[in-house]
Design a protein around this ligand. Structure first.
Ligand code: GDP
Length: 313
């Protein structure tokens, strides 16, 4: 990407999009287009067309999506499949129609089969049944990957697709019913410390294992791939290390200063038993994650506390 190129970050208000904007600014890209979700409804093709006609971006990061944790995904599958299919279809098609030089689509590690061998290689896509708790979201993300590949094959578009592992960081969603595990646990343990509660409830058995990537590392990888990777096959982005939910809960308890009991609510789903990406393809290209889990959680927790402080004023 040329430093003066016009770069559209779709979804710049979210966890991933805001990290991409921070990274692009840090790298001195000068013409970054951001639009909040209340300024453009990417599910509406006429709005997307009007935007591309006026803005004419050179590069697009497609980080806009309807996202959520295990509870939101399993209880509102219609919204997850409908919104994500529309956003992807509209933005990818418009990027083709307005001759965008390159587009990077963000998928998710949940596109892989529930019982895929670990660590998960890119070629395991579509080799088995999906995890039921987020199947609708995963099907939409698989459609996005296949669209990028189809538009490359038929029209020669330089559209690439990357698969991040579970993400967390500043500007995350900490709402207990819609968030992912890491922000939910920060919120729960902080609340317990503040209100001197004796116990914190963690969903499921505590046994599932997840790989967690700090969102600024993801943004770094995306900009790296936008500048260096021009092929059809998908690329995993992760740390190459995983942790059990019980270990994660202990770690967050330590960082927040909680000394009470951790209770496991086994009426809540565990989801996929293990989800660890094989990141050797990206490592061979020369990229590795920099932020340790401990450091990433500390940064996220500091941000969460300061945001809560602002909200109270
Ligand atoms: P997943 O990676 O798609 O399964 O999404 P999540 O991040 O929502 O959940 C990961 C794991 O953490 C699952 O096994 C959840 O049951 C478990 N978990 C434990 N406590 C919580 C919680 O408070 N919120 C969420 N979202 N997950 C939790």
């Amino acid at each position: 990407m040329e430093k003066l190129a016009k770069i559209y970050v779709a979804g710049s208000g979210g966890l991933v999009g805001s990290a991409l904007v921070r990274k692009l600014r840090e790298d001195k890209y000068e013409d970054i287009v951001e639009l909040a979700s209340h300024e453009i409804d990417l599910r509406d093709y006429s709005a997307v067309e009007a935007f591309f006609t006026a803005a004419r971006p050179d590069y697009v990061f497609l980080a806009a999506a309807k996202v959520g944790g295990i509870y939101a995904n399993s209880t509102r599958p219609a919204e997850f499949i409908y919104d994500n299919l529309l956003i992807e279809t509209n933005v990818i098609h418009a990027a083709h129609k307005w001759n965008v030089k390159k587009l990077l689509f963000l998928g998710s590690s949940c596109i892989y089969p529930k019982l895929a061998p670990q660590p998960i290689k890119e070629e395991y896509l579509l080799t088995g049944e999906l995890e039921p708790t987020n199947e609708a979201y995963a099907i939409a993300k698989i459609a996005g990957i296949k669209m990028c590949q189809a538009y490359r094959k038929q029209y020669g578009c330089n559209f690439i697709a990357v698969m991040p592992t579970n993400l967390y960081g500043i500007y995350d969603n900490f709402d207990l019913t819609t968030s992912h595990v890491l922000p939910a646990l920060i919120n729960k343990f902080h609340d317990a410390v503040q209100n001197k509660l004796d116990s914190v409830t963690v969903w499921g058995s505590g046994k599932p294992r997840r790989e967690l990537l700090y969102v600024d590392d993801l943004a770094d990888a995306c900009v790296f791939l936008m500048n260096s990777y021009n092929e059809s096959p998908i690329v995993n982005i992760g740390t190459g290390r995983d942790i059990s939910i019980a270990e994660l809960a202990e770690l967050i308890a330590g960082i927040t200063g909680f000394r009470g009991t951790i209770v496991y609510d086994q009426t809540k789903p565990d989801g996929t038993p293990v989800k660890l990406l094989d990141v050797s393809k990206l490592a061979d290209m020369g990229w590795a994650a920099k932020t340790s889990l401990q450091e990433g959680i500390k940064k996220t927790y500091e941000w969460f506390k300061s945001e809560k402080a602002c909200a109270r004023i």
